[in-house]
Design a protein around this ligand. Structure first.
Ligand SMILES: [Zn+2]
Length: 170
């Protein structure tokens, strides 16, 4: 938990994070990587949800990128700014950039990219091909909350299962 973490989150935020963990689990169980994300509008309504879909070879099919693209044709600029994107894992630089370009609002993530990178190294995996930059290094104006325990540990367990499936090492 960082100072920017759970302190400013309420039970509604945590419920949305739990949904992201569920979506991440769905992805894992369907042969994809365990990442799940939702967009909640300024009225508190869940408008879009998705999870990782890279198993067929398109490595850019991250749910956070799908959300940014969806928002282009379904929300006005004001609605985008008022929306919150919840996600199981912190946006990668590609998705953080898409979020920033679209002028979307706050991001709440369970697990940070730094945490995931450390764990992956500990599991003996090669570094990701894309740097694990904090969201605000890419999109400095975005308000960001995370990591959020205990959901970071729950997502970690999903990633551990992914490694186990792929390598049998974890
Ligand atoms: Zn991404």
């Amino acid at each position: 938990m960082t100072a920017a973490g759970r302190g400013s989150l309420d039970e509604t935020d945590l419920r949305h994070l739990r949904r992201c963990v569920e979506l991440a689990r769905e992805g894992l169980e369907d042969g994809d990587e365990p990442f799940g994300s939702i967009l909640v509008d300024g009225q508190g309504e869940v408008r879009f949800e998705d999870r990782n879909r890279v198993k067929d070879g398109d490595e850019t099919r991250h749910p956070e990128l799908e959300i940014a693209r969806w928002s282009a044709s379904h929300l006005t600029a004001d609605e985008r700014a008022a929306a919150t994107v919840y996600t199981s894992g912190e946006h990668c630089p590609m998705c953080a950039a898409a979020h920033g370009w679209m002028g979307l609002g706050r991001i709440v993530y369970a697990l940070s990219s730094a945490q995931l990178g450390e764990w992956r190294a500990g599991w003996g995996l090669p570094a990701s091909p894309v740097a694990a930059l904090p969201i605000t290094d890419v999109a400095p104006e975005v308000r960001v909350h995370g990591p959020v325990s205990p959901y970071d540990d729950r997502v970690r367990e999903l990633h551990r299962r992914l490694v186990e499936r792929r390598t049998g090492l974890a």
